[in-house]
Design a binder for this molecule. Structure first.
Ligand code: ZN
Length: 242
């Protein structure tokens, strides 16, 4: 059964083994925990998205740690990371970048302390993100919606996985990237409700549509759907259900 390793909605999960609900704020993370208690197929991640950083982000970290202490069934920390997409170069505020990095590093420390994989969000910041990851040992996780191209694949720590989304059904560049990612380090994700794959592009995305991404990867690998699914599912279980 297929697995959606990154979603922001908990509906339309028919036929899936499990769905990882990515956390973007304290409130969102709490909601993920609540949902995961009502349905075993929903797995909660808790994290602060870089764009959800508040001015009092140290308080956000304290709250995040409370959630990790109180809820043993949390499967990952994240999504967390760096996002430079909303920072025009001319207005680039150094302090804001520094705070984003502190928030990211604090979540890395929580992942290590509570032995959870990390879900990493990195937008227009892949080199900076990989540079930070290099300095930690025993860290595992996924680069969600990997956008580093072929050339950065080798820079991603070997203990990390590559999350590939619905864009692979319509972006040739991403097809080439998938060909170059080691098969035992690939996981698939919808990022619902965004990034809807073909044939539902421009509609709202949902976890069930991960099947179209599975199909596409089987095609790229030149394998049977069953053969490809087995490898991809094992990767997702190894990462999130260890
Ligand atoms: Zn996300």
């Amino acid at each position: 059964m297929m697995i959606d390793t990154h979603s922001h909605i908990a509906a339309n999960i028919e036929g899936l083994e499990f769905v990882v609900l990515s956390g973007t704020s304290i409130e969102d993370s709490r909601n993920n925990i609540k949902l995961s208690k009502n349905d075993k197929r929903l797995k909660a991640a808790v994290g602060i998205h870089p764009q959800e950083k508040t001015s009092n982000f140290k308080h956000q970290i304290l709250k995040l740690e409370e959630l990790l202490i109180e809820n043993k069934n949390i499967v990952a920390v994240g999504e967390c990371g760096l996002d430079f997409s909303n920072l025009p170069k001319s207005l680039f505020d150094k302090r804001d970048f520094k705070d984003m990095e502190i928030l990211f590093r604090a979540q890395i420390c929580l992942a290590l302390k509570y032995k959870k994989p990390l879900i990493i969000h990195s937008r227009k910041a892949m080199d900076e993100t990989l540079e930070i990851l290099k300095s930690y040992k025993n860290l595992t996780g996924v680069i969600h919606c990997y956008t580093g191209g072929i050339k950065r694949i080798k820079n991603v720590p070997e203990s990390f996985y590559f999350g590939i989304d619905g864009k692979v059904t319509y972006e040739d560049g991403l097809v080439e990237v998938v060909k170059n990612i080691p098969k035992d380090r690939l996981v698939l994700e919808t990022d619902s409700p965004e990034l809807t794959p073909i044939p539902h592009r421009f509609e709202k995305n949902c976890p069930e549509y991960v099947k179209f991404i599975y199909q596409k990867v089987a095609e790229i690998w030149g394998r049977s759907p069953e053969g490809a699914e087995k490898i991809i599912d094992e990767n997702a279980r190894r990462l999130f259900l260890q």
